[in-house]
Ligand binder design. Structure first.
Ligand SMILES: Cc1ncc(COP(=O)(O)O)c(C=O)c1O
Length: 424
């Protein structure tokens, strides 16, 4: 093939830097979360998944699966076209009403993914507001950065969660200039949380709009699972809330919830909304079911929180060096791409535990890590098992322990497979 060497030399560089990505071939078992079948060539092996963003396991909920299957039978598998050309599917209309209600906003707009939602919404808001300045947290997700770039608006980056820096940047601008503060609630790689209320205070003081990505918080926090803004009692102060249907809600798709006029403007102007096929009705129906269930499931949110707490406690006792995190995300620092890949491979091959290594560019070089995300389905038994395996891996690879380290009782790898029977 012509020019092939450019592609292979790029891949050589990625391999040399230890960050070549290998995607594990898995089949998640909806009847037995968090178990999955790992297909390694012609071999199949049962593994325990510790890194899923289906945080509550809603993707395997029987009623969500039922809603998807029924909608497919009733309305077909696909959307049949863009919304401009083929109309709105009723399933999407209902979903948007449910999302507007979740966030107590006038309207919501669904997109094919959370990435597209950020790209479309930020890209359009920044473009439609004349002379807009976007103030963006330095740790914002790639999709937000893509949207800000696409908008063509001026941008200023404020230091992560640094209110003094944000205020200083706001002060440099005249009061009449349209401004938008774009930030996340839960930062997905470090697990830290934004001071949403105080950012809203600054926005009110300096006349800025607020745009909050709650992708890693929807379903998990707040009385009805609307996210950290709901938990903190400031949801009505945020102008645009962006979320995903793929993580806490376990399905696929993204959305914004905001004033009707903002949603209508984005619907009317965003190329990545207008020129792409709409969300398939079975996906919308499954997401709608999941949102409805999660709204009512305080118990599920509590169970999730307790499992996270328990995992932290047990890993801490085993001396596993967790980064500080204020959320359900437990990042374990390794700090080297090759060691991170080796730790992940050992966990999978020897202990049948799947935790994907997180390397550059997802995180800065030198901060490579394992990112552990317990679900309500990770029993005490599985948590002990994880601690034992991590302890052994740290020992094998000579990785530094926290000072509290003491060896947990080690159980042989065969224990992992039998845990499936114990759990069910
Ligand atoms: C903060 C943040 N925003 C947006 C997205 C994109 O969401 P989706 O996976 O639905 O495209 C992600 C994906 O992980 C994310 O971490």
């Amino acid at each position: 093939m012509l020019l092939r060497h450019h592609f292979s030399s790029y891949l050589d560089t990625v391999r040399r830097e230890g960050r070549y990505r290998i995607f594990t071939d898995l089949e998640r078992d909806p009847a037995r979360p968090p178990y999955a079948t790992w297909r390694d060539g012609s071999n199949c092996r049962e593994v325990v998944v510790w890194c899923s963003n289906d945080y509550l396991g809603m993707g395997r909920h029987p009623l969500v699966i039922d809603a998807m299957a029924k909608a497919a039978r009733h309305m077909g598998a696909g959307a049949g076209g863009t919304r401009n050309i083929s109309g709105n599917s009723h399933a999407v209309v209902s979903l948007e009403a449910g999302l507007a209600d979740l966030h107590r906003k006038e309207a919501a707009l669904a997109f094919s993914s959370g990435y597209v939602a950020n790209e479309a919404a930020l890209g359009t808001i920044g473009r439609l507001l004349p002379n807009c300045l976007i103030l963006s947290d330095e740790k914002n997700h790639a999709s937000m950065i893509a949207g800000i770039r696409a908008s063509g608006a001026d941008k200023k980056i404020f230091r992560h969660n640094d209110l003094d820096h944000l205020e200083a940047l706001l002060r440099q601008e005249g009061p009449r200039r349209p401004k938008l503060i774009a930030f996340e609630s839960v930062y997905s790689m470090d697990g830290d949380v934004a001071p949403i209320g105080r950012i809203c205070d600054l926005a009110a003081q300096f006349g800025a709009l607020t745009y909050l990505d709650e992708v890693h918080a929807v379903g998990l926090y707040g009385l009805r699972g609307a996210g950290i803004a709901e938990r903190d009692g400031v949801m009505e102060r945020v102008d645009v809330i962006e979320g995903t249907l793929a993580k806490g809600f376990g399905v696929a798709g993204g959305y914004i919830a905001a004033d009707a006029v903002i949603c209508d403007a984005i619907r009317s102007a965003a190329p990545s909304f207008i020129f792409t096929t709409a969300m398939p009705p079975p996906v919308a129906a499954a997401a709608m079911k999941s949102v409805a269930l999660v709204k009512e499931s305080i118990g599920l949110r509590m169970a999730h929180g307790l499992r996270v707490e328990k995992t932290r406690e047990v890993l801490q006792a085993a001396g596993i060096p967790m980064m500080s995190s204020q959320s359900h995300i437990i990042p374990v620092l390794i700090g080297d791409p090759n060691l991170c890949r080796d730790a992940s491979a050992l966990l999978l091959e020897k202990y049948a535990l799947y935790i994907q290594p997180i390397n550059y560019p997802t995180v800065p070089r030198g901060t490579e890590r394992l990112r552990i995300t317990p679900t309500p389905f990770h029993s005490d038994h599985l948590i002990d098992n994880l601690a034992n395996a991590l302890y052994e891996v740290w020992d094998t690879l000579d990785l530094p322990f926290e000072e509290t380290a003491h060896a947990p009782d080690f159980r042989p790898p065969s224990f992992v497979a039998s845990a499936a029977q114990d759990f069910h």
